[in-house]
Design a protein around this ligand. Structure first.
Ligand code: GLA
Length: 386
């Protein structure tokens, strides 16, 4: 079978009738724990996965970026390199790229030149595994490499985050940060206030399962930004800059001043932050039992307090619990919410039982088909000359 890179090179040669000079790749991610904590300055524990976005490119001698999306029936977009790149109302995918180039032009004026780019990815779209972050980081890594720019992986991630804001999604830094900074065989705990990164080794006997509910999530919308506003409101009432700086006691004190919904959303974030710290310690020590309890608590908190869990992902988590005949499922809905995937951390024996149970029962309960992958924890983005 041909690799994504080979397909991308072939697609480039066929359409641009030249050979590409540059290659870049950036992975998607799965978040083990720490949901909606990033934009609150808190902690997250994701790892980069073996699905990602690949680009191959060549200087085209113009002042235009020309992009070909091989996965989207060769859809094409071109735009001038400038500090005033406007959005393309017809093509959402292209706006992620426009947003990244626009940020690079602001920071590296005069250094970005025309490129022809072919793009191919294999992150399942709408699965909550960050296909858009991998697209942004892949392009940032390509621009850095092609034009020898002085920029760190974390700054590329920050540019990706700004590209999302340009489109209307006020996301946090997690997805882009892990895509740029992933470490092979490790999850990475990210302090989203200081941007400090701590690698946490995946225990020998642990498998990371991704179970796709096939309920497509679409985050560029009001639900995400609405949750963010609630968190900001709670922080204001508590009197801290970010919910990261608040404790449960501080939240309890202002309970009478908050509506129930805002209170529960803040409760999720504050408790989730604590769970991430405990979970990374448990993960480091190979204590899958404690990890399991924390993952399940995270899921319940997202479901009952933060209200971002759909019935289908909840069904999967319950099936995992049932399969293992346990009090807690080592599983939770992962990512922004409203569908997408469930992540589970299990040993190989349990992985088999979980796989069989989900495959046997999910369709019957929901009418949908689940897909299950085992992922390695992968390295972050890279660039090379072809
Ligand atoms: C999306 C956002 C991230 C993060 C998660 C929820 O993936 O892009 O910044 O907020 O949702 O944890």
């Amino acid at each position: 079978m041909k690799s994504v890179k080979e397909i991308c090179i072939e697609g480039f040669e066929k359409n641009f009738v030249e050979k590409p000079d540059f290659y870049s790749y950036a992975p998607g991610r799965v978040n083990l724990i720490g949901e909606h904590t990033d934009y609150n300055g808190g902690f997250v524990l994701p790892c980069a996965i073996q699905f990602g976005t690949c680009m191959v490119a060549r200087l085209n001698g113009t002042d235009k970026i020309r992009c070909l999306a091989l996965d989207m029936e060769n859809d094409f977009d071109e735009f001038e390199i400038s500090r005033n790149i406007v959005k393309n109302d017809q093509k959402l995918w292209a706006n992620y790229l426009r947003g990244v180039v626009y940020q690079f032009c602001e920071r590296f004026e005069g250094k970005i030149r025309g490129l022809d780019i072919a793009i191919k990815g294999n992150v399942p779209k709408g699965s909550g595994l960050s296909s858009s972050a991998s697209l942004e980081v892949c392009l940032g890594t390509l621009l850095k490499g092609a034009f020898n720019l002085e920029i760190s992986p974390m700054d590329i991630a920050l540019i990706g985050q700004k590209a999302e804001a340009y489109i209307g999604m006020k996301c946090g830094i997690m997805d882009q940060a892990i895509s740029a900074n992933g470490t092979a065989d490790h999850a990475v705990r990210i302090d989203c206030k200081s941007y400090e990164l701590t690698s946490v080794k995946v225990p020998e006997d642990a498998l990371i399962l991704i179970i796709n509910s096939n309920v497509k999530h679409q985050l560029v919308g009001s639900e995400y930004n609405d949750r963010r506003e609630s968190c900001e409101k709670a922080a204001r009432v508590i009197g801290v800059p970010l919910l990261r700086d608040a404790t449960m006691e501080m939240l309890e004190k202002v309970k009478p001043q908050l509506d129930d919904e805002t209170f529960r959303r803040a409760k999720h974030v504050i408790s989730e932050n604590e769970r991430v710290l405990l979970a990374s310690e448990a993960f480091e020590n190979g204590d899958l039992k404690t990890l399991s309890k924390l993952m399940y608590e995270s899921h319940v908190s997202m479901r009952d307090d933060f209200e971002i869990v759909v019935t289908q992902t909840d069904t999967i988590v319950n099936l995992v619990k049932e399969a293992l005949n346990a009090d807690y499922a080592p599983a939770r809905q992962t990512g922004g919410g409203f569908g997408g995937c469930v992540v589970a951390v299990v040993n190989s024996e349990d992985a088999k039982i979980v796989g069989q149970t989900v495959m046997a029962r999910y369709h019957e309960l929901t009418g949908l088909n689940a897909e299950i992958f085992v992922t390695r924890a992968c390295a972050g983005a890279h660039f090379e000359k072809v």
